[in-house]
Design a protein around this ligand. Structure first.
Ligand code: SAH
Length: 239
C-alpha cells in the first residue's frame, strides 16, 4: 500500500528539506517510548555522518542493490557514488520525488510486498535504520524474509539492522519486566506528525539477534551478526 501525501508526515518533512533546505519538527509518538522527534537532516546523512553499522552495510553491498524503505535516499546515493546500480523503493510518493530530485537514478514509489518487483532479482537487499521494522509484527517477519529470498539471486545477501529492545524493559538490577503474554517485547507502534500532517499509527518491529537468527533459519536463510553497535543495535547479513 502506498502512502497518501495527506497522511505522510515523514514524506512531507523529507520533501520540504530536499526542496527548500529547511524542515520543521518531525514528531514521533509511541505507546512504548516517550514522545520524541527525528531531526530531519539526519535522514539526509552523508556516508561520513552514518553510524558505523550503516557504513559497514554499504561496504558489504555488491552488484545490483535494492534499497528498501529508502526515505530521502542517503544509502542509495552513497551506493551510486560507489558505482553500484541501485533500485531505491519507498511507499512514500513525496520521498520518492525527493530522491529523484537528489539524483537517485532509479527511485520508485513501490511497496516491497507489492507486485511491481515480482520477477526482479537483486545481488543485495538493504533494509537500514531498523529496516526490519517494516515487517511491523513478529508474525510477519517470515513473510519479509521470504520476500527477500524471492528477490535475491542465488548467492545474494540481505543487509539489515535492528535493535534488541530488552534494555527498555530492564530495571537497574537487570530484572526483565515484561509479560510474555503481551507478545514479543520488540513490537512497538508509532505515529508521526509534521506540521499539520498526522500519519496513521503503524506497527514497527525490533528484533533481537537470536530471534532473527532462528526465524531466518526457519525461512532457509543463514544469519550472520556482522557487528553489534553501542546501543543494543546490530547489523545482520542474511544469505
Ligand atoms: N532507510 C531510510 C529511511 C528509513 S524510514 C534511512 O535510513 O534514512 C523507513 C522508510 O520505510 C519510510 O520512508 C517508509 O515510508 C518506508 N516503508 C515502510 N514500509 C515500506 C514498504 N512496505 N515498502 C517500501 N518502503 C516502506
Amino acid at each position: 500500500m502506498l502512502l497518501s501525501p495527506t497522511l505522510d508526515p515523514m514524506g512531507q518533512a523529507i520533501w520540504d528539506y530536499a526542496s527548500t533546505g529547511h524542515a520543521g519538527t518531525l514528531r514521533v509518538l509511541s505507546s512504548t517510548f516517550d514522545d520524541d522527534e527525528i531531526p530531519v537532516p539526519t535522514l539526509f546523512r552523508t556516508e561520513l555522518q552514518m553510524p558505523a553499522l550503516e557504513r559497514m552495510a554499504l561496504n558489504l553491498c555488491r552488484g545490483h542493490v535494492l534499497d528498501v524503505g529508502a526515505g530521502a535516499g542517503c544509502h542509495s546515493l552513497a551506493l551510486q557514488d560507489r558505482g553500484l546500480e541501485v533500485c531505491s523503493i519507498d511507499i512514500s510518493p513525496l520521498s520518492t520525488r525527493a530522491r529523484t530530485l537528489r539524483g537517485v537514478r532509479d527511485a520508485r514509489c513501490t511497496d516491497f510486498f507489492g507486485q511491481e518487483l515480482d520477477g526482479m532479482r537483486f545481488d543485495t537487499i538493504v533494509l537500514l535504520m531498523n529496516g526490519l521494522g517494516i515487517a511491523g509484527t513478529l508474525n510477519r517477519l517470515p513473510s519479509l524474509l521470504n520476500r527477500c529470498k524471492a528477490l535475491l539471486v542465488p548467492d545474494g545477501r540481505v543487509l539489515a539492522d535492528s535493535s534488541d529492545l530488552r534494555y527498555v524493559f530492564e530495571d537497574e538490577d537487570g530484572n526483565f519486566d515484561w509479560d510474555a503474554a503481551d507478545g514479543y517485547y520488540g513490537e512497538v507502534d508509532y505515529q508521526m506528525q509534521y506540521k499539520n500532517v498526522k500519519g496513521e499509527p503503524f506497527d514497527w518491529l525490533y528484533t533481537d539477534p537470536m530471534l532473527l537468527a532462528s526465524i531466518s533459519k526457519q525461512c532457509g536463510l543463514n544469519c550472520e551478526i556482522v557487528e553489534e553497535g553501542e546501543n543494543y543495535d546490530f547489523l545482520a547479513r542474511l544469505f
